[in-house]
Design a protein around this ligand. Structure first.
Ligand code: MLT
Ligand code: ZN
Length: 474
C-alpha cells in the first residue's frame, strides 16, 4: 500500500474509519483458532455503504487486495490477511443498523455488521424468530454468517444461512452496489445472483446488507437429553422423531461419551444430568407453536416408549428454562472443552445421515491403527448428517504426536468421506485452510466454473485472494 493509496483511503474513511497503529490492527490479523497470523498496514472500518463503495473504487484503482472481516470467529482462516503486508482488512463492524423489521411480512433487513444475536433480539422484539443459532452468536456478524453460509444447531428445521435469505446488497470489487434487497418471496427474474455471494467467503464482493426470513417464535420448547448406545441408536431415534413430529424437531445434536467427558472434566459448572455414564447422548429439541403445546406430552410418551423398548437407556426432559439451558451448555461447550484439553484436529464432514454409523465405525478402526495417540471426539449436527469429526490427545502428553499426524489423519478421514459420497466441509467453509482439499475432492467441472465466476466478478483478483480458490497472489 503506497503512501498515496493510504492517503486516499484515509480521505474517504475519515479518522474514525481507519486503524494503523500496530496494537489496534493486531486483533484483526489473527484468526479465531490461532491458525494464521497475517500482516496488514491498515484496517478499514467504513460506517456507511457509500464508504464501502468508495473504498472498493480505490482498491480497484490502486490494485489493493481486500480481506473482508466480520466478527472474526470463522474456523478456516477466511477473514485473515496473508503475510505479505499488502492486503487490507475491511471490518464491517461499524455497519450495524437494523434497517427494518417487517413483522407482517416475516422479514428483517439489516446491515452486514450486526451481530447474529442483535438480529435474533430484533426479531424477538417483534415476536418473531430469526432461527440461525451458533455458539459464537454474540460476536459473529451477519455478513460473516452470509459469507460462510453458516450452519449451527437449527439447520435441521430452518436450513443454513443461504436458506434464510430473501435479499442481498453487495458492493462489487469495482465499487458498484448490487441492490437485490427487495425481499420478495417470489422473483423469477434471471440468474439467482445473490446466492453466488453467499458462501463465497468474501472472494467475489463485500456483502453490506441483507433481508432475512423470520419465522413464528415457538411458544415453548420441549427439550430432552437422551442417553443411548451409540450413533446407530441416535440415527434411529432421529428417524422416529421426525416421523412423529415432522418439522417441529428443531435440533438433534449428537454427543458421544468422549465429548461429554471433556465438558465434565473441563467445565466445573456442568452438572451431569444422569447418574450412570452412557456411550452416547442426543440432545433433542422440539419448538412448539401454542396450538401444538400438547405435543410435548406426546414427545415425553415417545421417549418413554423408547426406554421401555430398550432402545434408549434413559432420557431427561427439561422441566424448566434452567434445565434446557444446562442441556445446551453441555452441547455448546464441547468446542471449548476440547480446546482446553490441548491439541485438537478438526474435520467438519457431512454424509447421508444413514451412512454415518458405518462411516464412523470404519474411520474409528483405521484411526486406531494410524493414531493411537488420538481420541476421537465426533459430535454435532447428526440431524443434518454433519459431524465435527475431531481428535483430541488420547492421554496427557500425546499432543505433539497427534499434531505430527495431522496430514495423514486428514487424508484418511477425507478420503473415507469422499468414498462415502460426503463433504469435507459441511458448514465451516474453505477459507485458507481447505483450499487444497477443495481442489482435491471437488468435481473438476464445478471447480473450473468456480474459477470462471471468480474471474468474471473479480477480474483483478483483489477480493480476498488465496481464499477458497488458489491464486491471486498479492
Ligand atoms: C460446533 O458445532 O460446535 C462448531 O461448529 C464446531 C466446532 O467447534 O468444532
Ligand atoms: Zn457446528
Amino acid at each position: 500500500v503506497t503512501p498515496a493509496a493510504l492517503a486516499a483511503f484515509r480521505a474517504v474513511l475519515g479518522p474514525a474509519g481507519i486503524l494503523t497503529e500496530p496494537a489496534d490492527v493486531a486483533p484483526f490479523l489473527r484468526d479465531f483458532r490461532g491458525l494464521y497470523t497475517g500482516r496488514s498496514p491498515l484496517v478499514a472500518r467504513p460506517d456507511t455503504v457509500e464508504q464501502v463503495q468508495s473504498l472498493m473504487r480505490l482498491a480497484t484503482e490502486y490494485r489493493t487486495a481486500i480481506v473482508p472481516q466480520g466478527g472474526n470467529t470463522s474456523y478456516c482462516g477466511a477473514a485473515t490477511p496473508d503475510a505479505s503486508g499488502t492486503q487490507i482488512v475491511v471490518s464491517l463492524s461499524r455497519l450495524k443498523r437494523i434497517r427494518a423489521v417487517d413483522a407482517a411480512g416475516f422479514a428483517i433487513t439489516v446491515d452486514a455488521g450486526c451481530t447474529l444475536s442483535a438480529v435474533q433480539a430484533a426479531a424477538a422484539g417483534a415476536l418473531r424468530l430469526f432461527p440461525l443459532t451458533l455458539g459464537s452468536q454474540d460476536s459473529c456478524q451477519i455478513g460473516g454468517n452470509l459469507s460462510t453460509n453458516a450452519g449451527g444447531t437449527a439447520v435441521l428445521r430452518y436450513g443454513m444461512m443461504r436458506d434464510l435469505v430473501l435479499g442481498l446488497e453487495v458492493v462489487l470489487p469495482d465499487g458498484r452496489r448490487m441492490d437485490q434487497l427487495s425481499g420478495l418471496r417470489k422473483d423469477n427474474t434471471g440468474y439467482e445472483l445473490k446466492q453466488l455471494f453467499i458462501g463465497a467467503e468474501g472472494t467475489l464482493g463485500v456483502i453490506t446488507g441483507a433481508c432475512l426470513k423470520l419465522y413464528a417464535a415457538p411458544a415453548e420448547y420441549a427439550t430432552a437429553l437422551c442417553a443411548l448406545s451409540g450413533l446407530g441408536a441416535a440415527v434411529e431415534l432421529l428417524g422416529r422423531l421426525r416421523a412423529s413430529f415432522g418439522e417441529l424437531v428443531s435440533a438433534f445434536e449428537y454427543i458421544p461419551a468422549a465429548a461429554y467427558a471433556l465438558v465434565a472434566r473441563h467445565l466445573p459448572e456442568f452438572v451431569p444430568p444422569f447418574a450412570a455414564a452412557s456411550p452416547a447422548y442426543a440432545l433433542v429439541e422440539l419448538g412448539l407453536p401454542s396450538a401444538a403445546r400438547a405435543l410435548a406430552d406426546d414427545f415425553a410418551a415417545l421417549l418413554a416408549a423408547e426406554i421401555d423398548a430398550g432402545r434408549l437407556a434413559d432420557a431427561a426432559l427439561a422441566s424448566s428454562l434452567g434445565q434446557r439451558q444446562a442441556f445446551w451448555f453441555l452441547r455448546e461447550h464441547i468446542p471449548d472443552a476440547q480446546r482446553r484439553a490441548g491439541a485438537s484436529l478438526k474435520h467438519d464432514i457431512s454424509l447421508p445421515v444413514a451412512a454415518l454409523p458405518t462411516f464412523v465405525a470404519e474411520a474409528r478402526q483405521r484411526l486406531k491403527l494410524l493414531a493411537p495417540c488420538g481420541e476421537l471426539v465426533a459430535y454435532g449436527h447428526v440431524g443434518d448428517g454433519n459431524l465435527h469429526f475431531n481428535l483430541s490427545p488420547a492421554a496427557a502428553g500425546d499432543d505433539a504426536a497427534l499434531l505430527a499426524l495431522e496430514a495423514p489423519i486428514k487424508r484418511l478421514v477425507h478420503d473415507l468421506v469422499a468414498a462415502h459420497g460426503g463433504s469435507i466441509s459441511a458448514e465451516h467453509g474453505i477459507g485458507r485452510l481447505k483450499v487444497a482439499e477443495l481442489e482435491r475432492y471437488e468435481d473438476p467441472v464445478a471447480l473450473e466454473l468456480m474459477r470462471r465466476i471468480k474471474g468474471a466478478l473479480d477480474p483483478l483478483g483483489i477480493m480476498n485472494p488465496g481464499k477458497v480458490l488458489r491464486g491471486g497472489d498479492s
